[in-house]
Design a protein. Structure first.
Length: 273
């Protein structure tokens, strides 16, 4: 028997080539060189096969990532379209109605025309101040450019209606896309607190932990069953699926801890350099 290493320059050692003979014989140096050459060829083939498998796995991961990005974009567009339709469009239709009524009544009833113009002015103000700004914030929150992530999160938490907010955020140097994702996760979590939790107090924290950054939103609301929370994440209920997807797209993970009557904690952990 002769044993020679199977090694190649790019792949290194991949194994050992064992050669057995049926009849007893002595292997010469020439035999050893020949077997070593064969082992090198086999090692190169094995290395190429491994690289091919890794490349195929990366391509599949890239396809899944692309699908997730497209789905997230389409979900954002659907939500924005719904907000524009239900908000801005309805306000503009009402505005048009009051202006038409004012034009028809202007010659006969100036008081009624003035009333309609006043209502039209109010609808215009609401459209610009509320619905239009909300649609802009869905596309790109200007507060991030003006204040940065830490102060934007503090402003977001303190603007929640009817909820006492405690904010503890550290200044963390993050990439722009990571900041946007974390802000959106916090925004979704805050909406859940206001709409579903019936909480009196929330705590929003942003801090470093090891080689990552943690965004944590805790409320003292009614909470829910944890198994239901896991199901909501998988099915997209209460925005959990959207938050989990955002965290995954930036290489992080989302965790939800909750018990009925105790409250809920949503944590997004993102690795950073």
């Amino acid at each position: 028997m002769a044993s020679v290493p199977m090694a190649s320059s790019p792949g290194g050692l991949v194994g050992v080539l064992n050669v057995h003979t049926r009849m007893r014989r002595e292997f010469t140096d020439r035999d050893a060189r020949l077997l070593t050459s064969i082992g090198t060829l086999i090692a190169g083939a094995i290395h190429q096969a491994r690289m091919h498998r890794r490349l195929a796995a990366r391509e599949r991961a890239h396809e899944r990532f692309t699908e997730q990005v497209i789905q997230a974009q389409e979900a954002e567009r659907r939500r924005l379209a719904a907000d524009i339709h239900d908000g801005i469009t309805q306000r503009l239709c009402s505005l048009q109605f009051h202006l038409d009524a004012a034009m028809e009544a202007l010659a006969d009833d100036r008081d009624f025309a003035l009333e309609q113009l006043t209502k039209a002015h109010e609808h215009t103000h609401l459209t610009i101040a509320a619905e239009a700004r909300a649609a802009i914030n869905l596309l790109r929150p200007p507060v991030l450019d003006d204040l940065g992530l830490a102060d934007s999160l503090a402003s977001l938490a303190r603007s929640a209606p009817g909820v006492e907010a405690h904010v503890e955020v550290d200044q963390c140097a993050l990439s722009e896309h990571v900041e946007i994702a974390l802000y959106r996760i916090a925004q979704e979590a805050m909406q859940n607190v206001v709409k579903h939790a019936h909480a009196a107090r929330i705590e929003l924290r942003l801090f470093r932990r090891g080689s990552g950054v943690v965004l944590q939103v805790t409320d003292d609301g009614r909470g829910f069953d944890r198994e239901a929370a896991v199901q909501d994440i998988s099915q997209g209920g209460y925005g959990m699926g959207s938050m989990a997807e955002r965290a995954e797209l930036i290489g992080g993970r989302l965790e939800v801890e909750s018990r009925p009557g105790v409250g809920t904690t949503v944590s997004a952990t993102v690795p950073v350099s």
